[in-house]
Design a protein around this ligand. Structure first.
Ligand code: FA5
Length: 344
């Protein structure tokens, strides 16, 4: 029996030494020290021994059991330490590695242009006014000298919601609303940025939804020369000090006289593909506010005069940045948008 116990001990110690991880070590513990293990079996056989042999054998079993247990404990400590080492090695952080770049968003080119135009006019004493995109026929047309069935309504093909309610086709209704609020007392000096809608077919220069910025100044002794000077400052600040403007006679029902305003092309007048060889690029419509519009909004047209102008934000951005298709603004192609990022 003594011999058997010694064999068991040396077998167990060998297996403990060979255990590669905590699970294998636990298997050894269960196999040798568990209730059904060989050491327990030996203990069970003690009853057959003589009274002298029993204590000697009992002491030997205890020694074997303790030796195996101790060896398991030592090995367990070693394995646990190794496991911690391994975990630390796996989870270690190299603080000297370069950081991953954080992708930063940026303002949309249209927002940038709108803010630039707004800042420019705020700097000249204008305030920003806003109004609803779903507008009454009265404000969008009638109060702007465009009664029902007026042929000039065809100039702006309209999305109607009901016969009296529509998606505004321009930001001019905000001018009417603001003038009404002034209750006949000047001066009024506002710009109105915002989205507008027209039943235009989408192409390189047209969109069914686009953004306008309109300006309105009403006061005593406001003249056409004030309009011209204001737009000259606008063109130079927006496109460059060397740019000039020219006014061509035009027609809008709400202004009289009315003009189309061109800015000299970046080619310096030689003629290029952008100005189609003319040296000039059309940028906005403008004019002196029609007396009927002033009167309908509650202003005395004998005392007050005013000028107004309206431009498409996309067209201004296209000119400023040399963009050849208005649809780039709406298709959200990151390759396009990133070119306007100030971060990258
Ligand atoms: C008007 O909307 C007038 N309310 C502007 C105005 C205001 C004139 C005050 C006089 C006094 P017009 O329909 O031309 O005018 O539009 C103004 C600008 O909007 C155009 O010069 C153009 O830049 C832009 N625009 C017009 N239609 C579209 C479209 N479908 N897509 C993109 N931009 C457009």
């Amino acid at each position: 029996m003594e011999q058997k116990l010694k064999e068991l001990q040396s077998q167990a110690l060998e297996k403990i030494a060979a255990a590669a991880n905590l699970k294998e070590l636990n298997d050894v513990r269960v196999a040798y020290l568990g209730k059904k293990g060989p050491v327990t079996e030996v203990l069970k056989g003690m009853g057959k021994l003589s009274a002298e042999e029993r204590p000697k054998m009992g002491a030997l079993v205890n020694v074997v059991r303790e030796t195996i247990s101790k060896s398991i404990e030592e090995k367990q400590e070693l394995l646990e330490a190794a496991a911690i080492e391994q975990q630390l090695a796996q989870e270690s952080i190299d603080v000297t590695l370069p950081g991953r770049p954080v992708k930063q968003g940026s303002h949309h080119p249209l927002t940038r242009v709108a803010e630039e135009i707004e800042d420019l006019f705020i700097g000249m004493g204008y305030t920003v006014a806003e109004g609803p995109e779903v507008e009454q026929d009265f404000y969008n047309f009638e109060a702007l000298n465009l009664p029902k069935d007026h042929p000039a309504r065809d100039m702006q093909d309209t999305f109607y919601i009901t016969p009296e309610l529509l998606m505004r086709t321009h930001t001019s209704p905000v001018q009417v609303r603001t003038m009404q609020k002034h209750e006949g007392r000047g001066p009024v000096k506002i710009i109105c940025p915002g989205k507008v809608y027209r039943r235009d077919s989408d192409d390189a220069t047209h969109s069914h939804q686009f953004a306008q910025i309109e300006g309105l100044v009403v006061g005593e002794n406001i003249r056409m020369s004030d309009l011209k000077g204001t737009l000259d400052v606008f063109a130079k600040k927006m496109f460059g000090e060397d740019r000039e403007i020219r006014l061509r006679p035009s027609f809008f029902p709400f202004t009289e006289p009315s003009v189309e305003v061109d800015v000299s092309c970046m080619c310096g007048g030689k003629g290029c593909s952008i100005c189609k060889g003319t040296g000039w690029i059309e940028v906005l419509g403008a004019g002196m506010v029609h007396p009927n519009v002033l009167e309908m909004a509650g202003f005395d047209s004998n005392k007050y005069t005013g000028f107004a102008f309206g431009m498409g934000q996309e067209r201004i951005a296209m000119l400023k940045y040399g963009i050849d298709d208005i649809r780039h603004f709406y298709t959200n192609d990151l390759r396009f948008l990133k070119q306007f990022s100030v971060h990258e």
